[in-house]
Design a protein around this ligand. Structure first.
Ligand SMILES: Cc1cc2nc3c(=O)[nH]c(=O)nc-3n(C[C@H](O)[C@H](O)[C@H](O)COP(=O)(O)OP(=O)(O)OC[C@H]3O[C@@H](n4cnc5c(N)ncnc54)[C@H](O)[C@@H]3O)c2cc1C
Length: 331
């Protein structure tokens, strides 16, 4: 089949790759002149954290998301499998207990256990949750790696090319436009997420750390060479501007509370993006004639895109494929 994919964020590139790997002739259309900047995917933390996410979302996200880690490992060697550490300030240790009750797949660590994993945090926290099977990746390197694999399979990626599904040639058109797909999915909304990238020459972390502060929840994702992504706000706002003073204060304040040495870190980058979300905050594959929409990835794009791409591919091959059933079976 001749397949067109619109949008080269994580949803579009994973869908294109799944279809190309199944032997179809695929083309990708992206309105931005460069791969990445301007998409929501460019600013993501890159955590593949199905168990941690269960603490704040439907269990289905965790159960489906678990399958994605192996998919990423097989296609992106930069996938880091070091788990996730979750900590809380001593006076808020009840937050850790609450988090633990809402999820699974973790071990409790004492100070010696924390020291074995993250020596720089050893003296700061007396208890932690360790999710050993979680992973993370650098979203920018991952997008580039997907594009490289696509090119090696003969897939053309047309940058700077804005198209609409109904006017796009192909036996099937995958609409992966993120918030740009709102014209055909009016229920989509943008949920603003702000992030900061810093460099610290003194803190060493090997895995994402979630800091459960009741007012300032934070995660820190190591990107190597002392670079850390701090995230992320979740605001019901479609404002497009740079990070606000309040959010910057909150993110940096939480980072300082996690470890005061971060007070000496350099700020390398700040940014905000709108996460494409549906009213139930769950991702969705839907078909309208030859157009298949993959959208609503909300705060789980890297975690969920490989699974959604495979559901989309099944929908493509079988117009009667019941995605509801597929979710239910996976659950
Ligand atoms: C701060 C932050 C942190 C996050 N952290 C994580 C995390 O740790 N783990 C995780 O799994 N998820 C995370 N997310 C969520 C994740 O980034 C999103 O779910 C994901 O990026 C959505 O991907 P997408 O491909 O649907 O949309 P996008 O990445 O926005 O891609 C859509 C693409 O379609 C293009 N497009 C739109 N209209 C057209 C058109 N007409 N023609 C051609 N191209 C078009 C756009 O230019 C864009 O490139 C985070 C998000 C934010 C904001």
């Amino acid at each position: 089949m001749r397949i067109a994919v619109i949008g080269a964020g994580v949803a579009g590139l994973t869908t294109a790759l799944v279809m190309a790997e199944r032997g179809h002739a695929v083309e990708v259309f992206e309105r931005n002149p460069r791969l990445g900047p301007g998409s929501c995917s460019w600013l993501a933390g890159g955590m593949l954290a199905p168990w941690c996410e269960m603490a704040s979302t439907e269990a289905i996200i965790g159960r489906l998301g678990i399958q994605s880690i192996a998919w990423w490992r097989a296609r992106f060697p930069g996938t880091v499998s070091q788990g996730t550490l979750v900590v809380a300030p001593a006076r808020d240790v009840a937050e850790l207990n609450r988090f633990a009750k809402r999820t699974e797949g973790f071990d409790w660590l004492d100070p010696a256990g924390i020291a074995a994993l993250e020596p720089d945090l050893a003296e700061r926290f007396g208890k932690a949750l360790y999710f050993s099977d979680e992973a993370h990746l650098d979203p920018r390197l991952a997008l580039a790696a997907l594009a490289e694999r696509l090119t090696s399979l003969g897939v053309a990626i047309h940058l700077g090319t804005e198209v609409v599904p109904e006017a796009t040639a192909g036996d099937l058109v995958f609409d992966c436009r993120g918030l740009g797909g709102r014209t055909d999915m009016p229920a989509l909304r943008g949920v603003r997420g702000e992030m900061v990238v810093i460099r610290s020459h003194s803190l060493k972390l090997s895995r994402p750390v979630r800091f459960l502060h009741p007012r300032l929840p934070l995660y820190v994702v190591p990107r190597g060479e002392g670079v850390f992504m701090l995230g992320a706000t979740m605001l019901e706002s479609e404002a497009q501007g740079p990070v606000s003073v309040r959010s910057m204060l909150e993110l940096l304040g939480a980072a300082f509370a996690l470890h005061p040495t971060l007070g000496e870190a350099e700020i390398l980058e700040q940014g905000a993006a709108l996460r494409p979300a549906l009213p139930d905050n769950l991702p969705k594959v839907e078909r309208a004639g030859r157009v298949i929409r993959v959208n609503g990835l909300f705060r789980h794009g890297f975690l969920m895109a490989p699974v959604m791409a495979q559901i989309a591919a099944n929908v493509a091959l079988d117009p009667h494929f019941n995605t509801e059933l597929c979710y239910a079976h996976s659950a």
